[in-house]
Every structure is written in C-alpha cells, then in structure tokens.
Design a binder for this molecule. Sequence first.
Ligand SMILES: [Ca+2]
Ligand SMILES: [Ca+2]
Ligand SMILES: [Ca+2]
Ligand SMILES: [Ca+2]
Length: 340
Amino acid sequence: MKSGSFILLIVIAITLGFNGIPLAGSTITQVTNNSYEDSFPRIKGDYLVWQGYVDGDQEIFLYNIATGETTQITYNDYDDLSPQTDGSNIVWHGFKDGEWDIFLWDGSTVQTISDRSAEDVSPQIANGLIVWASAPFGGDSAGSGEIMFYDVGTKTHILLSGSVDPGNVLDDSAPRISAEEVMWTQTDNDENTTMYLYSLPSGPAFRAPESYIWKGSAQSDGNLMVSTPFDGNDKEIVVHDNTLRSRERITNNDLQDTFPSISGNYVAWVGGQLQAAEIYLAFYEPTDSSAGFGTGDSGNTARGFGTGDSGDTGTGFDTGDSGGDSGLCFVSTVASSLSW
Ligand SMILES: [Ca+2]
Ligand SMILES: [Ca+2]
Ligand SMILES: [Ca+2]
Ligand SMILES: [Ca+2]
C-alpha cells in the first residue's frame, strides 16, 4: 500500500460522522412553489396533504402522487389545521364560527363531522375510521375531554371514552388510531395519566398494560424510519432501514429539511422556513443493501467499501478485483469507489 492512500483512508475515517451517510438515489419532487408558508405534510398511499398559509389563514391542500395533481381543498377565512389522511380521505380541524370542529373531505366534498357544541380537535384517521378529542368550552387544562369516533362508511359516531369515564369527570385526550385499535390518554385531577385502548371495530375500551408502546408513527412505515439530523449546517432527511440497519440521506442541500412523513417508499417533508417553506416528495430508492459504501452494484452486503464489482462481503476496503474480498484489506483504489 502506498502511504498516500493510507493518509486518505485516515481522513475518510475521521469524516465518517454525518457525511458518511450515503446519498440515496432518490427522485425528489418539489410539490409547492409559492410565496406563503407550507407546513405539516402527511403522506399515506397516493395522498400527500399539508396546510398552506394563504391570504391570512391556513388552508388544506392535497397532492395526488398517482396523477401529479395538486388540489386546494378549503377556501375560507378561518384556520384549517393539521391535516391527516388515510390515502382516501382527509381530516383536519378548522376554527369555523369561533369554535374548533372536525372536517372531512371524502374525495368529493367537505363536511363537518363533529356534531356537538364543543372544542373538537386533533383528528386522526386510519382506513376510513376517525378519532378526535372533544372538550367543553372554557374548560381549564384539566377539563373533561372525551374521545369521539366516526366511521366514514357508516356515518356513525361512538363516544369511545364513555365506558371508562362515566359522567365524564376525567380528561380524555390525544387519541391515535391504527388499523387495529385506538389509544388515548386519560388525566385525573391530580395530573396522573393512564393510557386506554379500544379494540376496533367495536371495543371494548380497556386500560393499556404498563409496558404498552404505541408503534404507529408518521415517521415510520414497515421497516423504514425517517429522521432529520443536523449535518453541521442545516437539517437533512435521512431514511433508516431497521432490517438492514442501514441509513441513507435523501437530501443534501442548504435548506432546513424538517417535518418528515413516510408511507411505503415515499417520503414527504418541509424544505426551507416561513414564506420560503415548500413541500417536497421523494421516492426512496436504496442505493445499496449495505451499511457502508456501495457503488451501484448489487452485491455489497457488509460494512465496507465496494468498488463496483459484485462480490464484496467483508469488512474493509475492496481491492477492485472481482474476487469477492472477504477479509480486512486496505488498498489504493478506494478513492475511486467513493461517491462524493
Ligand atoms: Ca382556511
Ligand atoms: Ca372524559
Ligand atoms: Ca438540508
Ligand atoms: Ca411556500
């Protein structure tokens, strides 16, 4: 080995912090391009939804990945916030006529689905089933909230927290929903919290086991998870594969890239801030099955550097031959195998 290349290897090893995360071969689409703030992207199936601050209040938008079409869902003079989608419907809360209500867009029309005079907020949706928190007006922070449920298909409501808080003296809040169950938090007057679960489709509600952890998250889907580490200058979007224990970055720019959401291999996020904030979408294509550095061939399965041949399985640096180097080795052709 030449001494010059050995020094190069040392330099590479030192810079393997954030910059060692390889760049995925993703196709990035800038979904919005306007003069107002776009925020809160959420993605499920072919639907990417977000809110945009248009003419003094927030409105709801939809981008259909299959058709490439953007649709403005709301046109009004009050705030429409925190959209969620199941890939067929969109739900959000809007401050109409001085109170928060839950709105549903079912593919054709917008309707109000909260049917009580109360503050209805924070809807979540899965498979056409919606949950939200409903609290009486003017309650303090330990007010008596309840958990509401709505089925888009049957148009029926259920008061989920009724059976575990008869008389509604406790504060039920922060519901979440998956294909299997609903989870929420109940807070008593001493600020003690208890988690409750409701098995779909018809209950019952019951207290969650001590060890219970909610697994659903907009930042994970299947074996993929997305995060926004700081690269020393600004934040970037990074996809982690929990099965392969690998990570690759989607972005490599000077924008603050934040608020990621993932569905399948599609990742949405906000790039930039305030009026310059825009919504971005990427289809994540892993460049390699390795936690190290691959060069585009299909055979690099270990932590190391592959050079373009197809047989490297070891830990170390490949020599550029075609023999499937399986041991520790350091050689002079490594520089040409790096992709940045
Ligand atoms: Ca609005
Ligand atoms: Ca309650
Ligand atoms: Ca960035
Ligand atoms: Ca914008």
